[in-house]
Design a protein around this ligand. Sequence first.
Ligand code: NAD
Ligand code: UDP
Length: 319
Amino acid sequence: MEFFDGKTALVAGGAGFIGQHLCRALLNAGARVHVVDNFSTGTGHVPDGVTVDRQDVSIIRDFRAADVIFNLASPASPIHYQADPIQTWKTNVLGAMHLLEHAMACKATLVQASTSEVYGDPLAHPQVETDWGNVNPIGPRACYDESKRAAESLLMDAVRTQNADIRIARIFNTYGPGMEIEDGRAVPNFMAQAKAGQVMTVHGDGTQTRSFCYVDDTVQGLMRLGAIDAARGEVFNIGNPNEISVAELADQINQACGNKSRVEFTQRPIDDPTRRCPNIAKAKQLLGWEPTIGLADGLGRTLGSGPIDPKVSDLFHLA
Ligand code: NAD
Ligand code: UDP
């Protein structure tokens, strides 16, 4: 994307799953890339050519200067964000505040990675940016959902009162090479289980739905948010509207791995959303963005990608 040529980008959370792909795409687009990450989750594989500061965004306020800031710093998997919920709050609220202050100080654009979780267990379907969401504020997922909502609220106040240049991406379930095997999310769990011929753990009856977006598409969406003026002060769903039940996802991954596994239906986590599908009309219209990689293709690219780190996984690898 020509816009980034010669620009400096700061990627908070750049050592994580989406962050690594974003860093690589920014480098390819000609940007200088700095990462700030505390390496609490994610593989820590940042591409060569990226400067890395090992810092916690909820603590530090002194970041490297940048033209564009992407705030991806946050645990994203339920097992990670629930492991230390207070730290999740600090990361998402204080981290967003610190990066906002920094963006204001260096007159940078701030792209905030929010989440489809702001819709909670959605009342309307598919989800549109104008929906207010249906979140349990005191449940075990609230540390993530509500802190991401608080960050959105904070940043939109900064748009209204300080004319801050903020763009918010509500990212829907993203998958691809570079996910950690122990990440706990459906795609890496099912792939690890299916490759090993182990029982596949489908939560509940598997009829709950998600819409899975290949990571390259998500990264393109984030970059367009950073590059296109029409995104300023706006919130966008970034996801693939191809909705699938979790049981179907397990079946598709099992087939792709030679159908060696059987499915076991296990307990559904508390407050696990029943359905999730983005309406992406706004992103199509204002950003000219829509996903290009279908699920079968994306799962194949993820499965066929070889080892990333022998310590962690023999499943996924960044090309
Ligand atoms: P990830 O866990 O792989 O990466 C997050 C990165 O943030 C990690 O490298 C981690 O070490 C870092 N981090 C966490 N707390 C930090 C802190 N206090 N200070 C500095 N760094 C910190 O997650 P991901 O899947 O790459 O998600 C990236 C972003 O996208 C997150 O903000 C997440 O909420 C959002 N998101 C992701 C998805 C998805 O499906 N992957 C969906 C919706 C939203
Ligand atoms: N899930 C599952 N088995 C697993 C991991 C997840 O059935 O081993 C379910 C989970 O309960 C949810 C869906 O798959 O209904 C997506 O879960 P994930 O953690 O990937 O994303 P999120 O819950 O954040 O949408």
